[in-house]
Ligand binder design. Sequence first.
Ligand code: SF4
Length: 330
Amino acid sequence: MADKKRVFSGIQPSGRLHIGNYVGAMRNMISLQEDYYCIYGIVDYHAMTVRFDPKEMEKSIVDCAVDYMAAGIDPERSVLMVQSTVSEHSELAWILNTITPISWLLRVPTFKEKRQQNPDNVNMGLLDYPVLMAADIIVYKAEVVPVGDDQLPHLELTREIVRRFNSAFGHVFPEPEAKLGEVARILGLDGVSKMSKSLDNCIYLDESKDEMWKKLSTAVTDVRRKRRTDPGKPEDCNLFTMHKAFSKKEEVDYCARECSTAGIGCLDCKKILLENMYGELEPIQKKQRELRSDKEYVYDVLKQGQRKAKDIAIKTMDDVYGKIGISSFH
Ligand code: SF4
């Protein structure tokens, strides 16, 4: 474990997960456990940058831990922890704040988006989000970060901050590399927008087979297929992207061939997808139910995660305090 490169990824405790989260981020995080020492942080401080209900926060964190463990994050191999329980994240963020120009933060696309979405709550945390994110990663000297393509600007900013720190004070941090997932992003059921809870266009991980079918059967496909006899272009169909995420290669090839020759209709194609999608998600749902009925175990995993994470983070902060000239006081 000690000689493996480290991975860090932050998990937003933002409620029910959908297949876009699963394919776009979770699967990548799960498979990285084979080759890396993975530290996964449930980022409660980040969740506080928008309005939140304190009564719901603890439940959201525990639900999030349950979902990720059910999907395959293995606490025996990886660290699963809550960001605010390792205070070194915010200590390092403060130091990084002092070397990060405000102009770098103002140009981050997600800040511009969030400012528009929350015009009555444009707080410092929203602007400073990428600096805390940089601290989350480099406090563990992580070298690899699994990201979706929309998070690449954040990671680039982290790399710029690392370069600035290392050149100002001496080398402490490696520059983390992005690790993109293998499957293209799944869009919402409308086939146009990003899959998102607020747009009500998702298939959730914990939906029953019937609920999934209700959604799949009405999901938008390639618009060329107005009638059963019209050939389609699978590469222009969001359902085909879902196939690539959930079906075996032979079935993906079969659907592509039969779609482009009008050999099968969209409903036939969707039925195959349903079987494969539900087949993969059903064991996760079973594990979710088991973990939900053993919360004590989940709290214990997070406590152990905190201990393991803190051991690493304290060592990094010793290096940092040494470089900035205040180590005698720590
Ligand atoms: Fe999409 Fe399948 Fe219909 Fe082709 S047959 S348009 S891939 S749902």
